[in-house]
Design a protein around this ligand. Structure first.
Ligand SMILES: Cc1cc2nc3c(=O)[nH]c(=O)nc-3n(C[C@H](O)[C@H](O)[C@H](O)COP(=O)(O)OP(=O)(O)OC[C@H]3O[C@@H](n4cnc5c(N)ncnc54)[C@H](O)[C@@H]3O)c2cc1C
Length: 485
């Protein structure tokens, strides 16, 4: 594996050099941006005087954030007693790979692995889910009624797909991205609806795309639609990535002109950062892809292939003499859209057993200090990843920054020192615009592009495709899960 990573890195460095960056500079930048796979001083966790640190740490959720945090803590202080609780024996840490499955570029086996295979040595694994929290007593309770005490708790239980929010899909209830049961594909059988937010349905997405290509080849005019809900979602760029990938596949099959591609998205902007939004709009126009904002999917009639959206907009109301402005009134209208293919991005939420617990906020996420990631009410609880109530935090890229901060701050807390390490809101969304090119949208709370490399970040580039398609997966699985990158 290390050999293939080395080859990919060399390719990426060559590409950077082609883009006008010197070889020396390219290597330096890779290391500085934390993207380098080899153990650099940046990536290495500081090993502490192990015997001096004794604390029991319980981690709820063994996905990307949970395992990376466990590994980082263990490598910093091997004396720590760490228990990780996780209900899924399979894990898909490189969930971005699901978009590749959906476009026929990866197999399911490329993203799924056994959770325990990546568990750091000497971490106790409990195959169960936490269903209750008693933060005043420093205890959690699992579904098997096991009561587990802790000195420090890390909540990294991610988010689930919330099908109950859409009329017609209630039967699917709550589902994990890694849920491998046949439930979702049985439910959507022959409906031409699928989602890459679940591994099995990601496979179905590629089958559905192929069906559309076959139909289009017969000369039929078809409509493909892509949704984006009114809740927080993991990787906000993924609904668009699927649209770009379908566009690429249709072009390859020379049937693009027969298929209309339309995005129906709840957000009122194409992207929250102006520079990336402008770039995306240009890319959409160039590819004749359509978009409709302020459209939230509320109902699906699978039999007749009709999607109902709640379309909203603002209208001027009465003029307020005191405030010297018009009152703005939100208007709504239901819009029915017929489709032949739908890529569904389901609403998402925190798992309900956690959302309804003592440690969650009213909307279900874990309320933490945005910078230290320490719980706002319970100082010995930390949270990171998709479940943490952190603005812009729901990507693997944010986890890559957050887990080191949580590990450092827990060590400081054990030593009764001030929490020094702070998260700056960094997140990254590699937008695949075509098979072979990616726009690497990096930004933080400033809502300005924060590129790791001195290259125009609004450009679609082959070098970022190399990074996305070949390097990010081993970096995630072997770098982050061992607490190194
Ligand atoms: C289609 C798709 C595309 C994506 N694209 C990108 C991308 O391009 N770039 C990027 O940076 N990110 C991307 N992401 C997002 C990224 O994968 C997630 O942000 C990341 O996996 C979050 O890590 P996490 O540990 O918080 O959650 P997860 O990795 O989902 O892990 C959460 C774990 O908690 C467990 N759990 C749940 N409930 C409980 C409980 N009650 N008790 C114990 N354990 C529990 C779950 O079983 C799960 O294993 C994408 C995600 C998807 C689905």
């Amino acid at each position: 594996m290390n050999k293939s990573i080395k080859t990919e890195l060399e390719d990426i460095q060559k590409e950077l050099v082609k883009n006008g960056i010197s070889r020396r500079e390219a290597i330096k930048l890779f290391a500085a941006s934390g993207l380098l796979m080899t153990a650099s001083s940046h990536g290495e966790a500081q090993t502490l005087n192990a015997s001096s640190l004794n604390a029991k740490i319980v981690i709820v959720g063994g996905g990307l954030a949970g395992i990376a945090t466990a590994a980082r803590l263990k490598s910093m202080a091997s004396s720590l007693d760490i228990t990780l609780i996780e209900p899924n024996l399979k894990s898909a840490t490189y969930q971005p790979g699901n978009t590749f499955i959906g476009a026929g570029l990866y197999q399911k086996s490329d993203v799924l692995y056994n959770t325990v295979d990546f568990l750091p040595k000497e971490v106790t694994f409990i195959h169960d889910k936490v269903i209750d929290f008693y933060p005043e007593n420093n205890q959690v309770v699992t579904s098997q009624k096991e009561v587990i005490g802790y000195d420090f708790l890390v909540i990294s239980a991610g988010m689930v797909l919330d099908f109950e929010k859409i009329k017609g899909l209630e039967e699917l209830q709550e589902m994990y991205t890694v849920d491998e049961s046949s439930k979702i594909n049985d439910f959507f059988k022959n409906t031409m609806v699928s989602t890459v937010y679940n591994v099995n349905s990601a496979e179905q997405t590629w089958k559905n795309m192929q069906t559309i290509m076959e139909e289009a080849k017969k000369g039929k005019a078809l409509k493909a639609i892509f949704t984006h809900p009114n809740t927080a979602i993991k990787c906000g760029g993924a609904p668009k990535k699927m649209m770009y990938l379908m566009n690429a596949r249709l072009e390859e099959a020379k049937v693009r002109k027969n298929v209309e591609l339309s995005l129906y998205a709840y957000p009122s902007k194409m992207f929250a950062v102006k520079e990336y939004e402008e770039a995306i709009i240009k890319q959409y126009e160039k590819r004749q892809m359509l978009w409709h904002l302020n459209h939230n999917l509320i109902e699906l009639n699978l039999k007749d292939k009709i999607a109902t959206f709640d379309k909203s907009w603002q209208e001027k109301g009465e003029y307020d003499e005191d405030l010297e402005e018009y009152e703005m009134i939100e208007k709504h209208e239901y819009v029915d859209i017929a489709y032949d293919f739908m890529h569904l991005t389901p609403p998402m939420k925190a798992p309900k057993e956690i959302a309804q617990s003592e440690v969650a906020s009213a909307n279900g996420w874990i309320p933490v200090n945005q910078e230290t990631l320490q719980h706002v009410k319970y100082p010995n609880i930390f949270s990171l990843g998709d479940i943490a109530a952190v603005a812009l935090g729901k990507t693997g890229g944010s986890v890559r920054k957050q887990y080191k901060i949580v590990a450092n701050n827990i060590i400081s807390a054990i030593k009764n020192e001030e929490l020094q390490d702070k998260y700056d809101g960094y997140t990254v969304c590699p937008i695949i615009t075509v098979i072979g090119k990616v726009m690497l949208a990096e930004f933080d709370w400033s809502m300005k592009p924060t590129p790791s490399f001195p290259l125009d970040p609004t450009q679609e580039r082959y070098v970022w495709w190399l990074l996305k398609a070949y390097l990010l997966k081993p970096m995630t699985q072997y770098g982050m899960l061992s607490g190194k990158i």
